[in-house]
Design a protein around this ligand. Structure first.
Ligand code: URA
Ligand code: SF4
Length: 204
C-alpha cells in the first residue's frame, strides 16, 4: 500500500529529472498525513536544500506568520512543493521537471486527501488554474474534485515587495472566509434532495 513515507523515500532516491544532480537534499514535504490543509510551493531554495525540509528559510518564516494570521498552526498543515529538488540558483522549474515530479505530488494529494489546497506562486497555481494570471486569481477559490483550491502569491515574492506583501497578508487573513464561502456557494448550487423537499413543504 502506498503511504507518505514511501513517497518520501522514493523522492530522496529519485533521479527522474536533472535537478537530482545539484541537490544536497531532496525535500519531500512534511506535515500530518491527515492534514485538512495542504500548501504547495514552487521548489526548495538554498535553506530547504541544506536541511531537506520545506519552507525553512526567510520565506518559510513569513509563511508561518501568514498561516497564524489565518488561524492555522504550521504543524497542522502539510507543506510541499511542485518540484522536490532545488533548481540551480533558484531558477524557475522547467516544464519537464514539473512533469517528472508530478507523480509524487499527485500521490501526496491522493494520500492526504486535504479539504483545502493552497497554491503558493505561479507553478502550483497552473495545475488548477491553467492559463490564468496570479495577479487576477490570487485570493480566489475553486471547487475541484471535492476540494477547495485557493491561489496565493508566493511568500518569497511578497516578502520584499510591499504591494504584494499587503495583498498576500490580506488573502491569508481572509483564508477561512474564502474557504467558507466556496463551500456555501456549492451548497447553494447543489441543494440536497431533503432541502428541496423542505422548501416545497413550506410552500403549502
Ligand atoms: N520556496 C518554495 O517554493 N518552497 C520552499 O520550500 C521554500 C521556498
Ligand atoms: Fe525526482 Fe522531482 Fe527531484 Fe526531479 S525534482 S529528481 S523528479 S524528486
Amino acid at each position: 500500500m502506498d503511504d507518505l513515507s514511501k513517497v518520501a523515500s522514493e523522492v530522496r532516491a529519485c533521479t527522474l529529472c536533472g535537478l537530482s544532480a545539484g541537490r544536497k537534499n531532496a525535500v519531500p514535504g512534511e506535515g500530518p498525513s491527515r492534514a485538512e490543509v495542504m500548501l504547495i510551493g514552487e521548489g526548495p531554495g538554498f535553506h530547504e536544500d541544506q536541511q531537506g525540509r520545506p519552507f525553512v528559510g526567510p520565506s518559510g518564516q513569513f509563511l508561518t506568520e501568514l498561516l497564524a494570521s489565518a488561524g492555522y498552526k504550521r504543524e497542522d498543515v502539510f507543506i510541499t512543493n511542485v518540484v522536490k529538488c532545488r533548481p540551480p540558483g533558484n531558477r524557475d522549474p522547467l516544464p519537464e521537471e514539473i512533469q517528472a515530479c508530478s507523480h509524487y505530488l499527485d500521490r501526496q494529494i491522493a494520500l492526504i486527501n486535504p479539504k483545502v489546497i493552497v497554491t503558493l506562486g505561479r507553478f502550483s497555481m497552473a495545475k488548477w488554474f491553467p492559463g490564468q494570471k496570479i495577479s487576477v486569481v490570487h485570493g480566489k477559490a475553486k471547487r475541484i474534485d471535492g476540494r477547495v483550491v485557493v491561489a496565493m502569491f508566493h511568500p518569497a515574492a511578497a516578502l520584499h515587495q510591499q504591494s504584494l506583501r499587503s495583498l498576500i497578508e490580506e488573502d491569508f487573513r481572509r483564508l477561512p472566509e474564502i474557504v467558507e464561502s466556496a463551500l456555501a456557494e456549492e451548497a447553494r448550487a447543489t441543494p440536497k434532495p431533503s432541502d428541496s423537499a423542505g422548501e416545497q413543504l413550506s410552500l403549502f
